[in-house]
Design a binder for this molecule. Structure first.
Ligand code: MGD
Ligand code: MGD
Ligand code: SF4
Ligand code: MO
Length: 687
């Protein structure tokens, strides 16, 4: 058996894995013991990588839909037909008619997003969309607005961690494990603020707010910290602007008022505020996206930034620190045209003239449906399963109907690929060489880099995604944009600006770790905002039409904001809490994982269940004005009464049917994934 050490490309953690190959077949996967991050451990998903790789749902050949049925075609025919259709549509509607989309895999799979954008831009379309428009860009943007850069959590040095809307046992198991080890050694104290009593809530102080009211709690913490003079005077005076305005602003957010809004007692809010202010090495450790995917998402993130700043926890050990970034070669081609969402969401697209290279995802489906501001008739999705994962499935399906060409590129025959005109088989990450590790600090991930090594040859007729884009590009006459011939050439080019060579990485299968953090970096470089200080109040936000200081804003469908809707839909829907067994809609057919988590369930409190006469395990209906799904109930005390939490990515109970693409954060443009009004319906009346 040959052992090949590479990184796990299933999620952004990019843990080290040892892959064992026999006769060209992957037979066993173990965690790499010497890898700095996972130290030999694996999460549930990676333990079943062999089953996942050889799944019967792998897409074997390029497929074309003829009269509603897929037929096998050659790669050449696929490129020929897709290429000429794209050129024909460009002739008819203009280059902006093409929209390309990558999913969460495109975030850690650098070749995927880069080559996708290259083709779109060679064609002349600005319309590239990705999860930055629904997932994690808001947290980055809010921190850039406040600090002019992007400091990230450093849980391993924190003496107090506030886990705020984040369940790392499920979504970042290495962080969950590390927190548990440090709790055991009494190195850290824990506060959990979550609508659900997550497993780690038992290890510390637990606050359980009404969904979507976290900004009120954070503002009341600021109120306490300022009223009780617990803030870091030196840092505030020297390094922040807008403190007086902030102090005045938060006067109205007394803990008593926050208690009324959130249901968390004023006493508990004061207690957490005092702990947080008094422990220097403390950090808010939040989810990647979770609280940003509420209607007040961007401003909630601003609250966390301000809390960290006024207590002097920026660029200090255990707080939020600025990590060195590793720069990969930029393969994007510039298009000078405005992205969709530029005018509607100026904060997202125009803040300090930092125009992002992607459009607002919420505008993508709208433009397909309304043909405004122009018709989008061609859509290529890669590394994503939007038929299950894009919020508001009804709207997404309506958008597809209006297309003249829809291509899905994925290793598996997904729910999305089944809807496409052409389904093209990409290989998985273990079937190609590429960039591994994660060179940018995005959440609590510290930058590090690896060589993602080819472990086995691409299965069936599948190909690396960069090669698919490249070959299509050549067919369309854009050969000059795609000069690379092999995986290695592409990887070498991407590494060429990083300061690390391909050859070095071959010798370091455990990865190269860039953990050198410069504390008190501000003493040397200040902050890269307009005022060169931390902007507690942001004039730029106000200039772009948002509030310069964060407020609590009710989700528009909450029973407080909309008592009318609450008469029919009295409960609150939360979607997408993660489970360790699956990632997005992936791997749901893997028997080993199915044995661990057999099906999705709607988590509801026993009080809510009683109201509807529902028992644990009963099949129920969950409804919103957008639709209905059937799902089993999980009746528990571990969720706040009135909240209904449902995981996403399950074909048998697709929770995205229930969401409404029109309900968005007015600042970021994100479609709301939580805080929508819903009701439960009893199906089994035989009891
Ligand atoms: N209701 C609700 N919806 C949500 C969320 C939620 O919390 N609630 N979360 C949202 C968030 S944060 C995100 S990021 C999105 C994620 O949404 P998606 O990215 O659509 O989610 P996945 O199901 O992980 O899809 C990834 C796809 O990439 C494919 N893939 C894997 N490896 C490769 C590869 O090497 N090459 C290619 N070409 N394809 C590959 C997989 O087979 C899979 O089909 O979902 C969003 N949707
Ligand atoms: N295993 C696995 N890991 C993943 C993923 C996956 O699908 N599977 N997806 C990846 C992706 S794309 C992303 S974006 C990240 C997401 O990762 P996170 O956003 O960190 O998601 P979770 O870790 O599930 O934690 C979210 C928590 O927020 C709580 N919550 C919901 N509403 C509220 C509220 O109003 N207030 C408070 N205080 N808490 C609330 C939920 O109950 C839940 O426990 O995970 C990544 N990691
Ligand atoms: S957390 Fe699991 S799926 Fe993600 S990289 Fe690590 S082993 Fe792979
Ligand atoms: Mo995400």
């Amino acid at each position: 058996m040959e052992k090949i050490q590479t990184d796990c490309g299933l999620c952004i953690n990019c843990c080290g894995i040892d892959c064992y190959v026999e006769d060209g077949k992957l037979v066993k996967v173990e965690g790499t013991p010497e890898h700095w991050l996972n130290k030999g451990e694996l999460c549930a998903k990676a333990k079943f990588l062999v089953e996942g790789t050889y799944s019967p749902t792998r897409l074997k050949y390029p497929m074309k839909k003829v009269n509603g049925k897929f037929q096998r075609i050659s790669w050449d025919q696929a490129y020929e037909e897709i290429g000429s259709k794209l050129l024909e549509l460009k002739e008819k509607y203009g280059a902006r008619t093409l929209a390309t989309w990558t999913g969460s895999v495109g975030v850690e799979h650098f070749e995927m997003a880069a080559f996708n954008q290259r083709l779109a831009k060679a064609y002349g379309s600005p319309n590239f969309f990705n999860p930055e428009g629904i997932c994690f860009r808001t947290r980055i943007l809010a921190r850039q607005i406040t600090f002019g850069r992007y400091p990230v959590e450093q849980p391993r040095n924190a003496k107090l961690i506030i886990l705020w809307g984040h369940n790392p046992d499920a979504s970042y198991f290495v962080i969950g494990k590390e927190i548990r080890e440090r709790l055991e050694k009494k190195e850290v104290e824990l506060v959990v603020i979550d609508v659900r009593r997550i497993p780690l809530a038992k290890e510390g102080l637990f606050l359980q707010p009404r969904p979507g009211t976290d900004a009120a709690i954070a503002l009341a913490m600021m109120n306490t910290i300022i009223e009780e003079d617990l803030y870091d005077h030196e840092f505030v005076e020297k390094w922040t602007t807008g403190f007086d305005k902030l102090a005045e602003h938060v006067k109205k957010y007394t803990p008593e008022r926050a208690e009324e809004i959130s249901g968390v007692s004023a006493e508990e809010i004061r207690r957490v505020a005092r702990m947080f202010a008094n422990i220097k090495e403390a950090a808010i450790l939040e989810g990647v996206g979770h609280l940003n995917q509420y209607q007040n998402g961007l401003q909630t993130e601003r609250c966390f930034c301000i809390l960290m700043a006024i207590t002097g926890k920026i660029d200090r050990p255990g707080g939020w620190v600025t990590c060195p970034q590793i720069r990969l070669a930029d393969l994007r081609v510039k298009v000078e045209e405005k992205n969709l969402g530029y005018d509607e969401y100026p904060v997202f697209h125009q803040f300090n003239k930092r125009t992002p290279p992607y459009g607002s995802a919420s505008m993508m489906t709208e433009a397909m449906i309304t043909e405004k501001p122009y018709p989008i008739k061609a859509f290529i999705s890669s590394g994503s399963n939007p038929a299950l994962t894009f919020p508001d499935t009804g709207r997404f399906l309506e958008a597809l109907k209006n297309l003249e060409l829809f291509v899905s590129i994925d290793p598996y025959m997904t729910e999305t690929s089944r809807l496409a005109d052409y389904a093209l088989p990409a290989c998985t990450f273990i079937e190609e060489t590429g960039v591994g590790g994660f060179p940018y600090a995005i959440s609590h991930c510290v930058p590090y880099i690896m060589l993602r090594k080819k472990v086995i040859e691409p299965l069936y007729e599948s190909k690396p995604i960069w090669q698919i884009w490249s070959e299509l590009g050549h067919k369309m006459g854009y050969g000059e944009y795609f000069p690379w011939k092999t995986d290695e050439e592409v990887a070498k080019h991407l590494f060429s600006t990083s300061g690390v060579t391909y050859e070095q990485l071959v010798e370091h299968p455990e990865g190269l770790y860039f953990g050198e953090i410069e504390y008190e970096l501000f003493n040397r470089v200040g902050f890269a905002t307009n005022s060169k200080k931390v902007e507690l109040y942001s004039a730029e936000l106000e200039r772009l039409g948002a509030s310069g200081l964060p407020e609590h804003v009710e989700p528009e469908q909450s029973y407080v904001a909309n008592p009318e809707i609450a008469k029919e839909y009295p409960e609150t829907l939360l979607t997408g809490a993660r489970h360790q067994e699956y990632i997005g809609a992936q791997m749901h057919d893997v028997p080993g994982l199915r044995a661990l988590m057999t099906e999705p369930k709607a988590m509801i409190n026993i009080i809510t269940a009683k109201k509807y006469d529902i028992i644990d395990g009963e099949l129920i209906g969950v409804e919103t004005p957008r639709g209905r799904i059937k799902i089993k109930a999980q009746v528990t005390e571990d969720i706040r009464p009135g909240a209904v939490s449902i995981p996403h990515g399950w074909a048998q109970a697709n929770v995205n049917i229930l969401l409404d693409a029109k309900v968005r954060d007015a600042v970021s443009g994100y479609i709301t994934m939580r805080g929508n009004a819903c009701r439960l319906v009893k199906i089994d009346s035989s009891r």
